[in-house]
Design a binder for this molecule. Structure first.
Ligand SMILES: [Zn+2]
Length: 229
């Protein structure tokens, strides 16, 4: 009787701390993209963090069953490339306290699963896909209807086609058609001035993008490269 009581308390504590819940293992290959996402958030003046989101390749259907994850966005009717999940939190807020008891400190934890078939898809694709999922997981964004928006239901194939304008829309909700009106501080009227720049490496590739202002022609220009390293 005595040992049973101790066992029950131990079991309760284990569940209570969320120890009984196993989460997918974070894949550190995504870290440079997550870190760039945070730099972009800072550049566009958005508070928040993507640091605690677990990102992993997996089978989306199997992962939901195995880890008891709940999709943050409505269940898609079509097969998706990736998805954001939350641990324990359900549609019904009434169930949350019970769920919290069993998931403990993992309650509300966010998990992004990218379909394993995309493991070799390349940085350009993985980057735009992860930004979409982090939009759900870190910023609680819903889908929108614009086909050129990162948060369109089917996402976009590349961020860098016009990255500055694309991310300004993503983070600041400025229309994609809105002209850029930044007038940079120019010391030398003959020099191109960099307004925004991205240069990082992940998945064996380099993502380079620069948004420049030319004071002579008074025009904006962008340069972009994805290359193997
Ligand atoms: Zn989505």
């Amino acid at each position: 009787m005595h040992s049973l009581a101790i066992y029950s308390i131990a079991l309760f504590l284990t569940l209570g701390c969320g120890m009984g819940i196993d989460l997918p293992k974070h894949d550190s290959r995504f870290n440079p993209i997550i870190s760039q996402f945070e730099k972009d958030m800072e550049f566009f003046g958005i508070r928040g963090s993507a640091e605690n989101v677990i990102v992993s390749f997996g089978d989306l259907d199997e992962t939901i069953d195995a880890f008891n994850l709940i999709p943050l966005t409505r269940s898609p009717e079509v097969k998706v490339d990736g998805a954001c999940y939350t641990v324990g939190r359900s549609q019904s807020k009434m169930l949350d306290p019970i769920s919290k008891l069993f998931t403990g400190d993992k309650f509300g934890k966010r998990v992004v699963i990218i379909d394993t078939i995309h493991e070799d898809a390349g940085l350009e694709f993985l980057e735009s896909l992860l930004y979409h999922e982090l939009g759900h997981c870190s910023l609680n964004y819903e889908h929108d209807d614009n086909v050129d928006s990162v948060m369109h239901e089917y996402g976009i194939h590349s961020l860098n086609v016009s990255r500055f304008v694309t991310l300004r829309n993503f983070f600041k909700k400025v229309s994609l058609d809105e002209p850029v009106t930044i007038s940079p501080q120019i010391n030398d009227e003959t020099q191109l001035s960099t307004i925004y720049e991205v240069d990082y490496e992940a998945f064996g590739e380099r993502s380079f993008y620069r948004f420049l202002y030319d004071p002579q022609s008074r025009e904006y220009r962008s340069q972009t490269i994805y290359e193997q390293i």
